[in-house]
Ligand binder design. Structure first.
Ligand code: AMP
Length: 369
């Protein structure tokens, strides 16, 4: 009986465990927070990331280690790697935790990105703006997520505004990309080297938080599909990656620019639970175990709508034919991801109609697009 140890016990970990139970796997989780969602479905060790005694107890209880949270300190992952297989390898965390490392890797592999520059001081910020131009996006290099830790600079006067929460952190300035839309590619590579790619998802964000994903992304031709798989494949190979990797992309005038990557299962892949032959959660587990990967082919036209801050009446959601409700057991708080609804239909038109029905139940303005 194999027990998987997961660092982080949020909803991603919870869904990994739910997928793994079907294959006879066991799970233990490690998190700093006692009431983490995965702790409702598997044993949870609570401790800080540098609590060596708690980490040793967690390690004793599992055979191999993975993560569902990319801000696990690299030192913690490396410590566990001394005694256990850890997948993806800590190097993937190291790259993904720093936007500068991430974009530097993309560029070194010939993958397009927005122009960028590291910024440490006000003088460097002015030099970076001179080089990149305005508008531009100033972001913290580390720990930014869901649009936190970033600011758009539009006019020269915006440089005079105090940095506020961004001050004192290493920063990156990126050229503002007037993208046509946001896409993501989910890729998976097994311990054996086998790889697979899900169809591109189209993602709609509001206030920096993912609201809706649709896959296969409408209107994507063979060339874009191949370009996305090619760039993701380069990252998988460069990092000798094992597990699911997500890369967030901007589509801009027919080209793909890489924005960031997540060395884990990803919110835009939740629709693979009912929308794909094999979900991202199942394939992540198959990959880290070195088992054959399952087909990533879509089983229909799928959409995922995040439930953020509040949850609708479950009965109203479930009355919608083809709607699958996923709740994470979290208490409501503004801006918090509490669950999602997946819709899977046989045609794009039927999916549009199902989204319209869901819009009457879920207060999500981007559904009206
Ligand atoms: P991130 O934390 O990098 O994923 O950024 C959150 C969201 O901000 C993205 O999903 C985009 O909608 C937007 N954004 C980030 N970087 C840029 C950029 N360089 N140009 C335009 N929009 C951006």
């Amino acid at each position: 009986m194999t027990t998987i140890g997961v660092l982080g016990a949020g909803q991603l970990g919870r869904m990994l465990a739910l997928a793994g139970y079907e294959m006879g796997l066991r799970f233990v989780f490690y998190d700093e927070t006692p009431d983490a969602p995965a702790g409702h479905v598997a044993p949870l060790t609570v401790g800080r990331w540098d609590d060596h005694a708690a980490l040793a107890a967690f390690a004793d209880a599992c055979d191999l280690v993975t993560y569902e949270f990319e801000n696990v300190p690299v030192a913690t992952a490396e410590r566990l790697a001394a005694t256990h297989p850890v997948a993806p390898a800590p190097r993937a965390l190291e790259v993904a935790q720093d936007r500068l490392n991430e974009k530097t890797l993309f560029r070194s592999l010939g993958i397009g990105t927005a122009p960028f520059a590291a910024v440490g001081t006000t003088a460097e910020l002015r030099r970076a703006v001179d080089a990149i131009g305005l508008p531009a996006v100033l972001k913290t290099r580390r720990m930014g997520y869901d649009g936190k830790g970033q600011r758009v600079l539009r006019r020269p006067e915006d440089l005079d505004v105090p940095l506020g929460p961004l001050g004192g952190h290493p920063l990156i300035l990126e050229g503002f990309v007037p993208f046509d839309r946001e896409l993501s590619i989910l890729a998976v590579r097994s311990r054996t080297g086998e790889t697979a790619y899900w169809p591109l998802a189209e993602n709609v964000h509001r206030d920096g938080i993912l609201r809706v994903s649709v896959a296969p992304a409408p209107g994507v031709g063979d060339a874009l599909t191949a370009a996305a798989a090619d760039l993701a494949g380069k990252v998988l190979t460069a990092l000798d990656y094992v597990g699911v990797l997500a890369i967030e992309l901007f589509e801009h005038r027919g080209d793909l620019l890489a924005n960031e990557m997540a060395p884990r299962v990803h919110n835009s892949g939740h629709l693979t639970i009912e929308g794909s032959t094999t979900s991202q959660f199942e394939n992540h587990l198959r990959a880290i175990l070195g088992w054959p990967l399952g087909s990533t082919a879509p089983v229909g036209f799928a959409a995922m709508v995040n439930l953020i801050g509040e949850t609708p009446d479950p009965r109203a959601v479930l009355e919608i034919e083809g709607a699958h409700l996923h709740l994470y057991g979290k208490s409501p708080r503004p801006g918090r991801k509490l669950g999602h609804v997946n819709l899977v239909e046989r045609s794009p038109e039927a999916l549009t109609a199902a989204i319209a029905r869901l819009a009457s139940v879920v207060a999500e303005p981007t559904l009206a697009r």
